[in-house]
Design a protein around this ligand. Structure first.
Ligand code: ADP
Ligand code: MG
Length: 252
């Protein structure tokens, strides 16, 4: 099973950001996507999940062989795509429990939706697995949550939704070493138990130390510029992106 991106071109506000990308993501594998700031990593993620602001002008996206290039985001989610945001929106007034129940039930058919009681049981189990304090479910979504707590919520979402393909946009940004380890653990666990395939966007190599990526891709100026294994991420950690940029850009 695969998530295939074929010659994808994406425009934001009339400007082409993704300039013809072809890449295949596999079920049960971790594909790390690296690249300098502004290279189009988040744009690619948003285009894959169908954010309306990101216009696909050419190319195709196939989810397990089915063309979803122009499918609505909700349909993509129902087919098993999940995107965690680099900058999650603040939703005051909605508890984490209700937010998650809505998210999980939205992906289920009418006759398989969780009741309040059944959902509570599931949530309790997942939170225990992730060593999250039960009172966390009563907090409001992102309202006053610390950076680390927002990441924990993302991981809880991931564990609750168990997607076929998870797109994580810089899950390691602004986290300390302990949070990083928890994030890596959750990713590894869901990959093993559910066979979820991951597109893991990361600017740095830190999280990859805990994960063993099956493939490391380098996106520069909207194009896939390099591909390799974990050694490539090590190389980038030591040397930065200079070799992919013109000499003037590389030194800045
Ligand atoms: P990365 O995630 O690799 O740092 P982005 O995909 O966020 O890169 O951005 C790539 C380019 O697209 C940048 O030049 C950025 O300014 C532009 N861009 C991305 N999203 C938007 C947006 N919503 N509105 C305007 N420009 C955007
Ligand atoms: Mg980004």
């Amino acid at each position: 099973m695969t998530l295939e991106i074929i010659d994808l071109h994406v425009e934001v506000d009339g400007k082409e950001i993704i300039k013809g990308i072809t890449v295949t993501f596999h079920h049960g594998k971790i594909h790390a996507l690296m690249g300098p700031n502004g290279s189009g990593k988040s744009t690619l993620a948003h285009a894959i999940i169908g954010h309306p602001r990101y216009k696909i002008t050419k190319g195709r996206i196939l989810l397990d062989g089915e063309d979803i290039t122009f499918a609505k985001p909700t349909l993509r989610a129902r087919k098993g795509l999940f995107l965690s945001f680099q900058y999650p929106p603040d939703i005051p007034g909605v508890t984490i429990r209700n937010f998650l129940r809505t998210a999980v039930n939205n992906l289920r058919d009418e006759d398989t939706k969780y009741s309040v009681v059944a959902f509570q049981q599931l949530l309790k189990e997942k939170m225990a697995e992730l060593a999250i304090d039960p009172s966390f479910a009563n907090r409001y979504v992102n309202d006053g949550l610390s950076g680390g707590e927002k990441k924990r919520l993302e991981m809880l979402q991931l564990a609750m939704l168990e997607p076929k393909y998870g797109i994580l946009d810089e899950p390691d940004s602004g986290t300390d070493v302990d949070a990083l380890k928890i994030i890596a653990e959750v990713i590894n666990k869901i990959k093993r138990s559910k066979g979820t395939g991951f597109l893991l966007i990361t600017h740095y190599n830190k999280i990859l130390k805990h994960l063993e990526p099956d493939e490391v891709l380098v996106l520069v100026k909207g194009q896939m510029t390099d591909v390799g294994n974990a050694e490539l991420a090590d190389y980038i950690e030591s040397n930065g992106y200079a070799k992919y940029l013109s000499p003037r850009e590389g030194s800045s």
